[in-house]
Ligand binder design. Structure first.
Ligand code: DQA
Length: 137
């Protein structure tokens, strides 16, 4: 089973960025744990701060992979293009957020991805990714 985790803008800074909200672990370290835990899966990871690159990656894997776990960061709340890209591909996408976006600022309550994803997991810290992977099993 091929599962890709995609992280969007500023998530390359996990571990350093606003640790009170996002924790102190780097995503690279957490990803190693996920690969060990889900060792029967072909679990891969991609990060970009650039909206067009995220769209290109969705197109690249979106007709062959079994699942995509996508934290689009701030683009969640702004990007019609990412929402359309998810709508246009066949691979199911789970939207994830480390923080509970609904307990934060009003602008984080809107998601342009939500109408086109299979489901949404938010607020469980890094474990949100783990729960999203489990939903594909
Ligand atoms: C986030 C929540 C977004 O509102 C924010 O812009 C992020 C991270 C999360 O994982 O909690 O960059 O997607």
């Amino acid at each position: 089973m091929n599962i890709l985790i995609i992280n969007g803008p500023n998530l390359n800074l996990l571990g350093k960025r606003e640790p009170a909200i996002y924790g102190t672990a780097t995503f690279e370290d957490y990803f190693k744990e996920l690969q060990e835990k889900f060792s029967t899966l072909n679990l891969t990871y991609y990060q970009s701060n650039i909206e067009g690159e995220l769209i290109d990656k969705l197109h690249e894997v979106g007709f062959s992979y079994d699942g995509i776990v996508f934290n689009a960061g701030a683009y969640t709340h702004t990007s019609v293009g990412l929402g359309d890209a998810i709508k246009g591909i066949e691979t199911p996408v789970i939207e994830v957020h480390i923080s509970n976006v609904h307990a934060r600022e009003e602008f984080r309550h809107t998601s342009f991805l939500a109408p086109n994803v299979r489901g949404i997991i938010a607020g469980f810290g890094m474990q949100s990714y783990d729960l999203a992977i489990q939903s594909f099993l």
